[in-house]
Design a protein around this ligand. Structure first.
Ligand code: ZN
Length: 451
């Protein structure tokens, strides 16, 4: 099966599942990921009712059925046709209501009359239905209405998340976070789950400097619960995976610190794939779980790389965010960019000259490339070693070109141990891969140390 076919299958398998903050759909999703990917993951749980910072973990919610019958007893809305039809966390209801009462519990989108909106009521006990405005206005919609929702709240339940750890050579950790609380919506948020699974499976085969921790959790309360339970002192940065398979061009939502290595490496990763053809959204304290990770108690910088970012596409939080809206080849593109991003994170360093006085004599160390020769640089920062991929390493052999000579000049000028390889690439306007290869060549000749 090709990568695209595999991605398509995962989307198709996971799309119908009714996910929410808690409940059966979340476990079904986690079990699918554990069965179909090598993730080395485990389920973490926190009991309903637990205080987590300023919040309380909600009761576990499950739903079996939900529908509305019209005055003739015809089923005009059925949860079994679309799980968006019942508001997430709806309380159980079984009664006959008139049109006025129903109007307070039904949600439509007059602007997009053929779509079903996505609505939730997590922290206020309520019940509700969502349907297309066309259906609401149709002659099928007449009272008296029988409204029925077979749902339950379990105060002895749990909120759970999936946590996977890939150990590196150091204890320093990169957090990869995505959320799993949306029902049948494809770009927001199924695409983040699919990318997380493929990316972490790739990562688990690599030999890495940093330790990587993937969390797949319900948005907001899941991230808050995770943060309340986990030792964060080793986390030096992270990424939030969200909305990564839409039709629009790549974009970055920056971390709260635009100069942090996570934000800089995100830009470099996207640039190395598409040049300047991408959008940048500066950090604002809304959106996804960067809202929790960025608060003063944690200050974890977590940028996101998107394809069709939340809030920026009309299909957002409606039934039109479906399997036609996302494309496997879009996810292949964001997967490539994220692999690139990991490679760059791994290369992050502060090169420092071993001798700071004047230029080095490059020629006598065979560091003077044959100018005008063929460009013979490596196609990519990954090499196949048996079945194990590994990332570019500063120990790797480098074929030198004229571009590396430029990089040597910049490194001789800037490598004082206070400027990162990313900033050297930015200031020299050289491609980061050239800068990294030049660092490798000088490091191997003991002209640089890497801090
Ligand atoms: Zn959402």
């Amino acid at each position: 099966m090709s990568l695209e076919e595999r991605i398509e299958k995962v989307f198709t398998d996971l799309f119908p599942i009714n996910r929410s903050l808690t409940g059966k759909g979340v476990y079904e999703t986690f079990n699918y990921l554990l069965e179909n990917f090598s993730l080395n993951g485990e389920l973490k749980s926190i009991p309903s009712g637990t205080q987590v910072f300023d919040w309380v973990v909600p009761d576990e919610w499950n739903i079996n059925d939900g529908y509305i019958l019209n005055g003739a007893g015809e089923k005009i809305i059925d949860f079994k046709d679309s799980n968006l039809h019942v508001m997430s966390y709806s309380a159980p209801v079984d009664k006959i209501v008139n049109a006025d009462e129903l109007r307070n519990h039904i949600y439509t989108l007059p602007k997009y009359p053929d779509r079903i909106p996505y609505r939730t009521s997590y922290y206020k006990k309520n019940w509700g239905f969502c349907c297309s405005h066309n259906l609401f206005k149709s002659d099928k919609f007449y009272p008296p209405f029988t409204v029925f929702i077979d749902s339950s709240f379990n105060s002895d339940g749990n909120l759970s998340w999936l946590e996977c750890v890939k150990k590196g050579h150091t204890k320093k950790e990169i957090l990869i976070s995505t959320y799993c609380c949306h029902p049948s919506l494809a770009n927001d948020n199924l695409s983040g789950i699919v990318l997380a699974a493929f990316l972490f499976e790739y990562l688990s085969k690599l030999d890495t400097k940093y330790t990587y921790r993937l969390v797949v959790l319900p948005e907001t309360i899941g991230a808050i619960s995770f943060l309340s339970q986990t030792n964060k002192k080793n986390i030096i940065g992270g990424m939030v995976l969200s909305c990564v398979a839409g039709p629009d061009k790549l974009s970055i939502k920056e971390g709260f610190d635009p100069n942090h290595f996570m934000t800089e490496s995100a830009h470099l990763a996207v640039k190395s794939c598409v040049g300047e053809e991408y959008l940048t959204y500066p950090f604002v304290p809304d959106g996804s779980d960067e809202r929790q990770y960025s608060t003063p108690g944690f200050r974890i910088v977590t940028p996101s790389i998107h394809k069709s970012k939340y809030y920026e596409f009309d299909e957002y939080h409606t039934s039109a965010d479906d399997l036609d809206f996302v494309k496997p080849k879009s996810l292949v593109e964001t997967l490539e960019v994220h692999k690139n991003w990991i490679g760059l994170i791994e290369s992050y360093c502060y090169p420092k000259r071993t001798n700071e006085f004047c230029e080095f004599h490059l020629g006598k160390r065979n560091l003077y490339p044959h100018l005008g020769g063929t460009l013979n640089q490596k196609a990519h920062h990954e090499n196949e070693v048996g079945n194990h991929q590994r990332l570019f390493s500063f120990e790797d052999e480098v074929d030198l070109t004229g571009a590396h000579l430029d990089a040597f000049h910049w490194l001789m000028h800037l490598a004082d141990g206070t400027i990162s390889n990313f900033d050297i690439a930015k200031r020299s306007k050289l491609d980061i891969s050239i800068v990294n290869e030049a660092i490798a060549a000088m490091y191997q000749k003991e002209l640089l140390e890497l801090i």
